[in-house]
Design a binder for this molecule. Structure first.
Ligand SMILES: NC(=O)c1ccc[n+]([C@@H]2O[C@H](COP(=O)([O-])OP(=O)(O)OC[C@H]3O[C@@H](n4cnc5c(N)ncnc54)[C@H](O)[C@@H]3O)[C@@H](O)[C@H]2O)c1
Ligand SMILES: O=C(O)[C@H]1O[C@H](OP(=O)(O)OP(=O)(O)OC[C@H]2O[C@@H](n3ccc(=O)[nH]c3=O)[C@H](O)[C@@H]2O)[C@H](O)[C@@H](O)[C@@H]1O
Length: 389
């Protein structure tokens, strides 16, 4: 049981129980982190968010084995003076709070920039002034587009990893023009990374920056019209899950040619655990956290999800499982895209000895089993409702 056996770090030292102020704990990544921290460690979590639906199962009832080790604080970090007190009484702050759905970047650029830069400023300041450790969640989007994407289509250099592998310490950050407001998120995340790095260099802030590469799994985002707004556009896993559940074609933006590497949330959480419990190895570093072996085009992802969903639901796929849609139609004016995202793993391997394990097929199978179990009945009822009236 958590807390009864002493935990040791990668260097064999005993890890003392710590208090973690987790901002954005009620979201997708936060919920998985809280779940594992409660079941496998003696650490205490001060869970800060405006919502708690995804961690409700950890908060009640009082009889849960970790009762007393997780406290929920409903607050908006934009304007709440309690934040500094929570950071002060913690050993470590993890900041996950952000607007991070691409449909918002070009349609709500101000909210996106405020959320990812301005609202994170006090968190960094309080950590620096109070000499508290910070793990800040950035994104692989800070790399933007690959160098290779600017080469002629038939250039052999496009096949050379030097032109597309993304390395924390050497790759440039390549964004589109300011009119392409898609990059408002990446640019705000890049500037907060630079500010944190500068606080480390000038004022001694002990920090770790995480750059997640498309982490996916249960509880990611929402299913429109079921546990989120009907007109809302979540990230691709939830968009495609929604289409599959409703037996609609999966929409391929601009032909689905962009490439992504997807990693299972449970593999990625292991990496964050190593950062939490090995400060001497993690501090001062920026880490890519992704699975370079799970690369697909978005079209291939759609095809694989269609096959996996048929297997887990027992339903045959519809006759035309995908449909092409322009990015302007799907996201509106100002959308642009990352062409390819393969993380270099050298730094995280060297510092933390971490590697991802789960194949794309396996992670989709467990995730879509969850989606089917959680939403299929609610969708059936939602679809049946209008005709019953
Ligand atoms: N999921 C991924 O693959 C991925 C990839 C790259 C980067 N990230 C980064 O990781 C972090 C977490 O991502 P996620 O996928 O869990 O997103 P999420 O949207 O599920 O979680 C973010 C949480 O932050 C909370 N939040 C936002 N603004 C807040 C505020 N002002 N005050 C209090 N709470 C606030 C939200 O309510 C939400 O619960 C984000 O910073 C995101 O940019 C995630
Ligand atoms: O997850 C990450 O690592 C980062 O990348 C995501 O950005 P992106 O991968 O572009 O967002 P998705 O919504 O997951 O879309 C992936 C691709 O699928 C496409 N897509 C999306 C939805 C859809 O229905 N159809 C479709 O073709 C998009 O155009 C894009 O090319 C988000 O910006 C962040 O959550 C995060 O910082």
């Amino acid at each position: 049981m958590a807390g009864t056996t002493a935990r040791v770090d990668l260097d064999g030292n005993t890890i003392s129980p710590m208090t973690i102020c987790m901002i954005g704990a009620g979201g997708f990544i936060g919920s998985h982190l809280c779940e594992k921290l409660m079941s496998e460690t003696p650490h205490t979590v001060l869970a800060v968010d405006v919502y708690n639906d995804k961690i409700k199962h950890l908060l009640e009832p009082d009889s849960l084995p970790w009762s007393g080790r997780i406290q929920f604080h409903r607050l908006n970090i934009k304007n709440d003076s309690r934040l500094e007190g929570l950071i002060k009484c913690s050993d470590l702050t993890i900041n996950l709070a952000a607007i991070c759905t691409p449909a918002d970047y070009n349609t709500r650029p101000l909210d996106t920039i405020y959320s990812n830069f301005i609202d994170a400023l006090p968190v960094v300041k309080y950590c620096s002034e109070n000499s508290k450790r910070l793990i800040h969640f950035s994104t692989c989007e800070v790399y933007g587009k690959t160098i290779g994407s600017y080469l002629p289509k038939d250039s052999p250099l496009r096949q050379d990893p030097a032109y597309y592998i993304l390395k924390e310490d050497t790759s440039p950050c390549i964004f589109g023009s300011v009119e392409k407001q898609r990059w408002s998120y990446a640019c705000a995340k890049q500037l907060i990374e630079r500010l944190i790095y500068a606080e480390g260099a000038e004022n001694g802030l002990e920090f770790t920056i995480v750059r997640p590469f498309n982490w996916i799994g249960p509880r990611m985002d929402f299913i429109p019209g079921i546990d989120g707004p009907s007109e809302g556009v979540p990230r691709v896993l939830a968009c495609f899950s929604n289409n599959l559940l409703r037996r609609e074609p999966l929409k391929l933006v601009d032909g689905g040619e962009s490439q992504r590497t997807f990693i299972y949330i449970k593999d990625a959480i292991e990496a964050v655990f190593l950062m939490i419990e090995n400060p001497a190895r993690a501090s001062g570093h920026i880490f890519n956290v992704g699975n370079p072996n799970n690369e697909v085009t978005v079209r291939q992802l759609a095809e694989m999800m269609t096959q996996v969903y048929s297997k887990v639901s027992g339903e045959d796929a519809i006759e035309s499982p995908t449909i092409d849609v322009s990015s302007k139609e799907f996201y509106g004016e100002g959308y642009d895209d990352s062409d390819k995202r393969i993380p270099d793993m050298t730094i995280i391997n060297k510092q933390l000895g971490w590697n991802p394990k789960t194949s794309l097929w396996d992670l989709l199978e467990s995730t879509l089993t969850y989606q089917h179990r959680t939403y299929a009945e609610a969708i059936k009822q939602a679809i049946a409702k209008p005709s019953a009236n």
